[in-house]
Design a protein around this ligand. Structure first.
Ligand code: GTP
Ligand code: MG
Length: 186
Protein backbone atom coordinates (compact mmCIF):
# COMPACT_ATOMS: atom_id res chain seq x y z
CA UNK A 1 0.00 0.00 0.00
CA UNK A 2 1.16 3.51 -0.70
CA UNK A 3 1.71 5.43 2.55
CA UNK A 4 -1.33 7.51 3.42
CA UNK A 5 0.86 10.47 4.36
CA UNK A 6 2.22 10.68 0.85
CA UNK A 7 -1.24 10.46 -0.68
CA UNK A 8 -2.53 13.21 1.60
CA UNK A 9 0.13 15.61 0.37
CA UNK A 10 -0.93 15.43 -3.25
CA UNK A 11 -3.31 13.21 -5.09
CA UNK A 12 -2.75 12.45 -8.74
CA UNK A 13 -5.75 11.63 -10.88
CA UNK A 14 -5.09 10.47 -14.43
CA UNK A 15 -7.77 10.34 -17.13
CA UNK A 16 -7.27 7.58 -19.70
CA UNK A 17 -9.53 6.25 -22.39
CA UNK A 18 -10.01 6.08 -26.11
CA UNK A 19 -9.78 9.01 -28.46
CA UNK A 20 -12.72 11.47 -28.56
CA UNK A 21 -14.58 10.08 -25.56
CA UNK A 22 -14.35 13.53 -23.92
CA UNK A 23 -11.43 13.33 -21.47
CA UNK A 24 -10.24 16.86 -22.16
CA UNK A 25 -13.79 18.25 -22.16
CA UNK A 26 -14.44 16.70 -18.73
CA UNK A 27 -11.41 18.43 -17.23
CA UNK A 28 -12.24 21.76 -18.86
CA UNK A 29 -15.87 21.51 -17.74
CA UNK A 30 -14.74 20.88 -14.17
CA UNK A 31 -12.39 23.85 -14.18
CA UNK A 32 -14.54 26.42 -15.95
CA UNK A 33 -17.98 25.08 -14.94
CA UNK A 34 -19.12 25.34 -18.53
CA UNK A 35 -18.82 23.09 -21.55
CA UNK A 36 -16.06 24.29 -23.87
CA UNK A 37 -17.05 24.26 -27.55
CA UNK A 38 -13.47 23.73 -28.56
CA UNK A 39 -10.78 21.95 -26.61
CA UNK A 40 -7.09 21.31 -27.21
CA UNK A 41 -6.05 17.69 -27.72
CA UNK A 42 -4.67 17.63 -24.22
CA UNK A 43 -5.53 19.77 -21.19
CA UNK A 44 -2.63 21.26 -19.26
CA UNK A 45 -1.92 19.49 -16.02
CA UNK A 46 -3.86 21.32 -13.34
CA UNK A 47 -3.81 21.31 -9.58
CA UNK A 48 -7.04 21.85 -7.71
CA UNK A 49 -6.14 23.51 -4.39
CA UNK A 50 -7.01 21.65 -1.20
CA UNK A 51 -9.56 24.17 0.04
CA UNK A 52 -11.90 23.71 -2.93
CA UNK A 53 -11.77 19.91 -2.99
CA UNK A 54 -14.32 17.90 -1.01
CA UNK A 55 -11.69 15.91 0.87
CA UNK A 56 -9.31 18.86 1.38
CA UNK A 57 -6.48 17.28 -0.57
CA UNK A 58 -4.70 19.13 -3.37
CA UNK A 59 -5.36 17.17 -6.52
CA UNK A 60 -3.40 17.03 -9.75
CA UNK A 61 -5.49 16.14 -12.78
CA UNK A 62 -3.62 14.71 -15.73
CA UNK A 63 -5.09 14.34 -19.22
CA UNK A 64 -3.93 11.83 -21.82
CA UNK A 65 -3.83 12.34 -25.55
CA UNK A 66 -2.81 9.55 -27.87
CA UNK A 67 -1.99 12.09 -30.57
CA UNK A 68 0.30 14.14 -28.35
CA UNK A 69 1.91 11.55 -26.12
CA UNK A 70 4.05 8.50 -26.64
CA UNK A 71 3.25 5.13 -25.08
CA UNK A 72 6.22 5.66 -22.80
CA UNK A 73 4.76 8.93 -21.49
CA UNK A 74 1.42 7.21 -20.91
CA UNK A 75 3.07 4.40 -18.94
CA UNK A 76 4.96 6.91 -16.82
CA UNK A 77 1.77 8.78 -15.95
CA UNK A 78 0.03 5.51 -15.10
CA UNK A 79 2.83 4.45 -12.77
CA UNK A 80 2.69 7.79 -10.93
CA UNK A 81 -1.10 7.88 -10.55
CA UNK A 82 -2.99 7.49 -7.27
CA UNK A 83 -6.25 6.90 -9.10
CA UNK A 84 -7.08 6.37 -12.77
CA UNK A 85 -10.36 7.32 -14.43
CA UNK A 86 -10.98 5.19 -17.50
CA UNK A 87 -13.29 7.25 -19.67
CA UNK A 88 -15.57 5.74 -22.30
CA UNK A 89 -18.40 7.27 -24.25
CA UNK A 90 -21.85 5.84 -23.49
CA UNK A 91 -22.82 6.09 -27.17
CA UNK A 92 -19.70 4.31 -28.40
CA UNK A 93 -19.66 0.53 -27.91
CA UNK A 94 -16.08 0.22 -29.06
CA UNK A 95 -14.89 2.57 -26.33
CA UNK A 96 -16.68 0.39 -23.74
CA UNK A 97 -15.14 -2.81 -25.16
CA UNK A 98 -11.69 -1.27 -24.97
CA UNK A 99 -12.05 -0.75 -21.22
CA UNK A 100 -11.47 -4.48 -20.74
CA UNK A 101 -9.61 -5.40 -23.92
CA UNK A 102 -7.11 -2.56 -23.75
CA UNK A 103 -7.12 -0.21 -20.77
CA UNK A 104 -7.39 -2.48 -17.74
CA UNK A 105 -4.70 -4.93 -18.95
CA UNK A 106 -2.43 -2.03 -19.91
CA UNK A 107 -2.83 -0.41 -16.49
CA UNK A 108 -2.38 -3.71 -14.63
CA UNK A 109 0.84 -4.40 -16.51
CA UNK A 110 2.23 -1.08 -15.39
CA UNK A 111 1.21 -0.95 -11.76
CA UNK A 112 2.62 -2.82 -8.81
CA UNK A 113 0.51 -5.92 -8.08
CA UNK A 114 0.69 -5.34 -4.33
CA UNK A 115 -0.50 -1.75 -4.52
CA UNK A 116 -2.85 -1.51 -7.45
CA UNK A 117 -4.27 1.91 -8.16
CA UNK A 118 -8.02 2.24 -7.81
CA UNK A 119 -9.88 2.63 -11.10
CA UNK A 120 -13.03 4.57 -11.83
CA UNK A 121 -15.10 3.85 -14.91
CA UNK A 122 -16.49 7.02 -16.37
CA UNK A 123 -19.24 6.90 -19.00
CA UNK A 124 -19.25 10.33 -20.61
CA UNK A 125 -21.77 11.91 -23.04
CA UNK A 126 -24.83 10.74 -21.12
CA UNK A 127 -26.69 13.65 -22.77
CA UNK A 128 -26.64 11.75 -26.07
CA UNK A 129 -28.48 8.61 -25.01
CA UNK A 130 -31.73 7.66 -23.32
CA UNK A 131 -30.51 4.37 -21.93
CA UNK A 132 -27.82 3.75 -19.34
CA UNK A 133 -24.61 1.81 -20.01
CA UNK A 134 -24.76 0.25 -16.54
CA UNK A 135 -26.03 -3.10 -17.81
CA UNK A 136 -22.80 -3.50 -19.76
CA UNK A 137 -20.62 -2.00 -17.06
CA UNK A 138 -21.79 -3.95 -14.01
CA UNK A 139 -20.34 -7.31 -15.14
CA UNK A 140 -17.01 -5.54 -15.71
CA UNK A 141 -17.19 -4.06 -12.21
CA UNK A 142 -17.81 -7.51 -10.78
CA UNK A 143 -14.92 -9.00 -12.71
CA UNK A 144 -12.23 -6.52 -11.69
CA UNK A 145 -11.61 -5.79 -8.03
CA UNK A 146 -9.56 -2.71 -8.75
CA UNK A 147 -12.60 -0.86 -10.07
CA UNK A 148 -13.75 1.24 -7.17
CA UNK A 149 -16.84 2.73 -8.73
CA UNK A 150 -18.46 3.80 -11.95
CA UNK A 151 -20.26 6.98 -12.92
CA UNK A 152 -22.16 8.23 -15.93
CA UNK A 153 -21.72 11.89 -16.67
CA UNK A 154 -21.88 14.58 -19.30
CA UNK A 155 -19.24 17.22 -19.85
CA UNK A 156 -21.82 18.95 -22.03
CA UNK A 157 -24.57 19.49 -19.49
CA UNK A 158 -22.18 19.34 -16.51
CA UNK A 159 -23.92 16.31 -15.08
CA UNK A 160 -21.95 14.44 -12.39
CA UNK A 161 -18.69 16.24 -13.18
CA UNK A 162 -17.81 17.35 -9.65
CA UNK A 163 -19.12 13.99 -8.40
CA UNK A 164 -16.66 12.19 -10.67
CA UNK A 165 -13.67 13.99 -9.17
CA UNK A 166 -15.10 13.52 -5.70
CA UNK A 167 -15.30 9.75 -6.30
CA UNK A 168 -11.70 9.83 -7.49
CA UNK A 169 -10.56 11.46 -4.24
CA UNK A 170 -12.69 9.14 -2.19
CA UNK A 171 -11.32 6.06 -3.97
CA UNK A 172 -7.83 6.93 -2.78
CA UNK A 173 -8.61 8.20 0.70
CA UNK A 174 -11.42 5.85 1.70
CA UNK A 175 -11.29 2.79 -0.57
CA UNK A 176 -14.29 0.53 -0.03
CA UNK A 177 -12.78 -2.74 -1.15
CA UNK A 178 -9.38 -4.32 -0.65
CA UNK A 179 -6.98 -3.26 -3.37
CA UNK A 180 -4.66 -5.93 -2.10
CA UNK A 181 -5.86 -9.49 -2.28
CA UNK A 182 -3.66 -11.93 -0.30
CA UNK A 183 -5.13 -15.10 -1.88
CA UNK A 184 -3.98 -13.99 -5.28
CA UNK A 185 -0.39 -13.54 -4.24
CA UNK A 186 1.96 -16.27 -5.38
P1 GTP B 1 -8.63 12.95 -27.59
O1 GTP B 1 -7.86 14.07 -26.94
O2 GTP B 1 -8.59 12.99 -29.06
O3 GTP B 1 -8.23 11.62 -27.04
O4 GTP B 1 -10.18 13.15 -27.23
P2 GTP B 1 -10.83 13.45 -25.82
O5 GTP B 1 -11.17 12.17 -25.14
O6 GTP B 1 -10.02 14.44 -25.05
O7 GTP B 1 -12.22 14.13 -26.22
P3 GTP B 1 -12.56 15.68 -26.37
O8 GTP B 1 -12.70 16.31 -25.04
O9 GTP B 1 -11.62 16.30 -27.33
O10 GTP B 1 -14.02 15.57 -27.01
C1 GTP B 1 -14.26 14.92 -28.25
C2 GTP B 1 -15.56 15.42 -28.84
O11 GTP B 1 -16.65 15.02 -28.01
C3 GTP B 1 -15.63 16.95 -28.91
O12 GTP B 1 -16.30 17.29 -30.11
C4 GTP B 1 -16.46 17.34 -27.71
O13 GTP B 1 -17.17 18.56 -27.90
C5 GTP B 1 -17.42 16.16 -27.61
N1 GTP B 1 -17.88 15.93 -26.24
C6 GTP B 1 -17.11 15.82 -25.11
N2 GTP B 1 -17.88 15.60 -24.04
C7 GTP B 1 -19.16 15.56 -24.47
C8 GTP B 1 -20.42 15.35 -23.80
O14 GTP B 1 -20.55 15.16 -22.60
N3 GTP B 1 -21.52 15.35 -24.61
C9 GTP B 1 -21.46 15.57 -25.94
N4 GTP B 1 -22.61 15.56 -26.62
N5 GTP B 1 -20.30 15.76 -26.59
C10 GTP B 1 -19.16 15.76 -25.86
MG1 MG C 1 -8.14 15.18 -25.35
Amino acid sequence: MKPTKLIRKMLKTVLDGCSKVGKTSLIMSLVSEEFPDEVPLRAEEITIPADVTPERVPTHIVDYSEAEQSDEQLYQEISKANVICIVYSVNNKKSIEKVTSHWIPLINDRTDKDSRVPLILVGNKSDLVEHSSMETILPIMNQYQDIETCVECSAKNLKNISELFYYAQKAVLHPTGPLYCPEQKE
